[in-house]
Ligand binder design. Sequence first.
Ligand SMILES: CC(C)(COP(=O)(O)OP(=O)(O)OC[C@H]1O[C@@H](n2cnc3c(N)ncnc32)[C@H](O)[C@@H]1OP(=O)(O)O)[C@@H](O)C(=O)NCCC(=O)NCCS
Length: 424
Amino acid sequence: MAENIVVFEIPYACPQSQPDHDLMLALATVFNREQEHLGTAALSEATPEEFSACLNPSPDSVVKHRIFVALKASALAEDASGVDPTTGAASKAPKLGVADDASRDRSTASNASANSNTAPVLPHEVRVRDVVGYASLMYWDQPEAKQGYLSVFTDVDYRRQGIGSALHEAAANRARTLGLSIVEGWVVAISDRITPPQREAAVHLPNGDSFPMVPELAATMSWGYELGNVEYMNALHFPMTEDAIAILTARAAEMPSNFQVYSWLDADYPPELADPAKFMESFLRLRSYANEEIPAGELSVENHSHTLASWEALVERDVRAGKQLLNAAICDESGQVVALSTAQRQARPEGVFHQDTTLVAPSARGQKLGWALKAALHKLIVSTCDQPRAILTWNAVSNKSMLHINESIGFHPFLLEGVVQLRL
Ligand SMILES: CC(C)(COP(=O)(O)OP(=O)(O)OC[C@H]1O[C@@H](n2cnc3c(N)ncnc32)[C@H](O)[C@@H]1OP(=O)(O)O)[C@@H](O)C(=O)NCCC(=O)NCCS
């Protein structure tokens, strides 16, 4: 890595020192510059509050984040002298003290802070212009969870200097000390920018899908990752056409009448429920095996379970980050949840929704429940948002049934995403 760059881990969930706002702004700036570079800024934008909410989860949250920053070393020299060379003023007192937080984390990681392979903890206050990249490791704080999710971003002006590799190494080392054995990442390709050589060098999966050798795939492969799945990021732009609304309404109405559809915002569970606790237990049971049921190509897949407390902690984190959670679920006659879908209204850009998990239990398939879920979420979006702009959703290229539903209501492929995994 270039000598003038250093990588630090940001102190995590450190009650005595809230993450510095400038640092959170710097992380959001790196992400947003990448969106501008890709031409996706109108649909995707990060805010400092999102990073801050990830770094300070409530104690009940099972989903945790570790964030690493790449900094210009000149920022440290200045910090060591205690004087800002540009203004001559004394720099402010450090806000981000060293956090010995390993004991509050996964039991398998009780000795993690002693491991010298992990990045040192950021010692000083940071200015936006000093940050040239970051990595974010998301994981489930449960002893049985072995899979982490890792994003690495190098600012577009600082690529090919080894910064991504250094960030990756720090984050992968942390993943190891947390007891994880697989990390997953995502790379994107913009169809009209794929060059003939990149197409020529594409990686092919056994199911016939392939992904072009864009620089980001080359980078992750140089870190040992393998391509495991190819997905479309699909976008539906509002307003929906009359035809699309008619198709959605008609298909949803074909659902047999013994099923009941519920929808709600955040953790305000459907008021009409006689027994909300029983409903949520059933909702979370289906949600906890959703990953296994969603087509995932060659990827290694792990399920993640929630208790009501951990789910509510996740909702609370999103609300703190300025987001809103939209939920839809369908119960059978016995009151069991047999289908669910969730979407998140993003903090920014306004009116953009991410629809992530949509699942109909295998025993309930083929009865138009998928359509009914889409219709319920669409109704919730238009009734709660004055000016909805777009819904984004991710589907494996091989997931023909979900793609069929999405295409018939106006979704169209927007980006191609390669999902990569590394065995640690
Ligand atoms: C992927 C990314 C983090 C790489 O950052 P970087 O700082 O440029 O990475 P490095 O300088 O450490 O490069 C690592 C290796 O990647 C490969 N690579 C990177 N850019 C490449 C390019 N344009 N062409 C071919 N190979 C390339 C090379 O093998 C390189 O090693 P080398 O420079 O010694 O040949 C950066 O492109 C990025 O932020 N992309 C957007 C986010 C993303 O896709 N992240 C990855 C998945 S989470």
